[in-house]
Design a protein around this ligand. Structure first.
Ligand code: FUL
Length: 440
């Protein structure tokens, strides 16, 4: 799905905070022109596939009229307490052909029972509401953050929990899959998608899709580097999702209007996330009106233009290809599959052959700025080391080297004129299986 959007919205949008304490007055939640259709339309038009909404952030305020708490939109002035922002977002996503995902913060600084068993039941009741009332939920985003102190029903104290055992994750997840079995779970450790280890939009230069979940869990310190690069020999398939905000914070703050990331910055993030075999989860926080701010919208359309300008015209489409070797000398595995524009066809070597090269002839000398490679990911992630060369008068010139490829790898190179590109797979865990090469 490559590009997905996060939408952070709660009382913080009105208080200027990033982490609400949990004692916020419900009366401050009053977006004056909320239009989830504007969010979804903008996202659809600029290339995003899913919208994930913070249904409840750490402050505990619920964007839907939950039966299980008074701390929600139902006691706010928004639509005189008759509003349901989760419904508006889910409906808008559907209308514009986006998938929908939910964020429900496990840490809740408002709830009196937080830290005790009662809260876990409350949390599960809320999940039940979200998974039964709003249609298909494609991704469930579990945030590992927990800062300790909070309002907690008036106690105003610090409460410690054991992140590994407190929420009884196995049973909590079972409850959800009992309702929607196909949902994808995101958390530090998966089980389906892992955190990339930072909030700056950068997946590892080496990025393995595998990980051994036992080595990481929410709240454990010092795991960022491991999450960032994955584990070549990890026991489970848990690709990294790269979450980052278009603004310095996760929530809208007027004073940060001049620090909205530019299209160029977003494009760089695209290269370090999607271009490194990760999915991008870009946060665009609505403002106090309940709209994506003009500045943010402008940057998103700017990104779309840049993607088209830089990566819009594949010079290698249907280009002539040759290879050092291919599996059984059968056309099913021939190098022509690399440039046929088909995802389901690929070039592969014989069993036991873990290196090899292929060459792409662009037909005429062309200026090249990027090379994109894709493994046929259904057969696993295999490549450990590769190099890219461009033909120059007098011989081959190495223009890039890399370790992992994965679902997609985009190499930005020093622009040069060339007619032929050679990719050498130097090492792989098994015979390399490459479905696509594109040149821009
Ligand atoms: C973090 C949270 O503490 C931030 O507020 C934000 O929601 C981010 C996506 O995850 O852990």
């Amino acid at each position: 799905m490559e590009m997905n959007a996060f939408v952070h919205f709660t009382t913080n949008t009105f208080t200027g905070k990033e982490w609400g304490y949990g004692d916020e007055d419900k009366a401050i939640f009053n977006p004056t022109a909320l239009d989830a259709g504007q969010w979804a339309k903008t996202l659809k038009e600029t290339g995003f596939k899913m919208l994930i909404l913070t249904c409840k952030h750490h402050d505990g305020f619920c964007l839907w009229p939950s039966k299980h708490t008074e701390h929600s939109v139902k006691n706010s002035p928004y639509k005189n307490g008759k509003g349901d922002v989760v419904k508006e977002a889910a409906d808008a996503a559907k209308k514009y052909g986006l998938k929908f995902g939910v964020y429900l913060s496990p840490w809740d600084r408002n709830h009196p029972e937080y830290g005790r068993p009662g809260y876990v039941s409350y949390y599960r009741n809320q999940l039940r509401e979200l998974f039964t009332q709003y249609g298909t939920v494609t991704e469930m985003w579990f945030d590992g953050a927990n800062g300790g102190d909070g309002y907690y029903g008036g106690s105003r104290e610090a409460r410690k929990i054991d992140g590994k055992s407190y929420y009884d994750w196995p049973n909590t997840l079972k409850l959800i899959t009992g309702i929607q079995p196909k949902v994808l779970f995101f958390s530090d450790a998966g089980p389906h998608l892992r955190w990339v280890g930072n909030e700056s939009g950068v997946a590892g230069l080496t990025n393995w899709n595998c990980l051994s979940p036992d080595t990481v869990y929410a709240g454990k310190s010092g795991i960022e580097a491991l999450l960032n690069r994955g584990d070549e020999n990890g026991s489970h398939w848990i690709p990294a999702e790269t979450d980052v905000s278009i603004r310095p914070g996760w929530f809208f703050h007027e004073k940060e209007n001049d620090r909205v990331k530019t299209p160029e910055q977003l494009f760089d993030i695209y290269l370090t996330s999607v271009g490194r075999g990760s999915t991008l989860l870009l946060n665009i926080p609505p403002d106090q009106r309940g709209l994506f701010h003009e500045k943010d919208v402008q940057s998103l359309y700017g990104l779309k233009e840049l993607l088209k300008k830089e990566l819009g015209k594949n010079l290698a489409y249907k280009a002539k290809t040759t290879a050092s070797t291919f599996r059984g000398k059968q056309s099913t595995y021939a190098p022509a599959n690399l440039t046929d524009g088909q995802k389901q066809t690929y070039w592969a070597t014989d069993d036991g052959i873990t290196s090899g090269s292929f060459e792409v002839d662009l037909g005429k000398p062309s200026t090249v700025k990027y090379v994109m490679l894709q493994e046929y990911i259904e057969l696993g992630q295999r490549v450990k080391s590769f190099a890219i060369e461009a033909w120059q008068p007098g011989g081959w010139k190495e223009v890039a080297t890399g370790t992992t490829i994965g679902y997609k790898r985009i190499l930005k190179i020093e622009p040069l004129s060339t007619q032929r590109i050679r990719v050498t797979i130097k090492d792989a865990k098994a015979s390399p299986v490459i479905s696509n090469v594109e040149v821009f």
